[in-house]
Design a protein around this ligand. Sequence first.
Ligand SMILES: [Zn+2]
Length: 169
Amino acid sequence: MLHPIVRFGAPGLHAPSQPVAAVTDETRRLIDDMLATMYAAPGVGLAAPQIGVPLRVCVIDLSVGKRDGEVMALINPEFLERDGMQLEEEGCLSVPGFNATVARPSRAVVRALDRDGREITVEGTGLLARALQHELDHLDGVLFLDRLRGIRRELMVRKIRRLQRKGRW
Ligand SMILES: [Zn+2]
């Protein structure tokens, strides 16, 4: 089932999400819905709070469904390692129309449960390290623009608020 993706300003997007207590069929249904919603958008990653579900679940597929074996669903993910630094342009399905260059680790190792409740470890560099950091941030209520330094965040928030007031966003 497709879900509407909530946008900047929706309370659940700016608050930490709760851990999944047990991986069940309900969790797997949530993951399937998140994947369908991500592919329809289309996007390379989606976190549960982006469809209004305050649980620590995210999905990533850098190929957007084009290549088998690239899709990952991460339940209760946490960083084991992060190092290096990369600067690349980044956007978010919850902040459509806005992009910014964000500093992220160039390598990340994450431990999580998969859709069967098995513990997995994912190591990513480059774009995958960026996606992991972006999606795990969502689970803590942090958006990419919160990672911008100084006036850059303030300017983007002002533009979003202006569009929201005009009903154009
Ligand atoms: Zn996002």
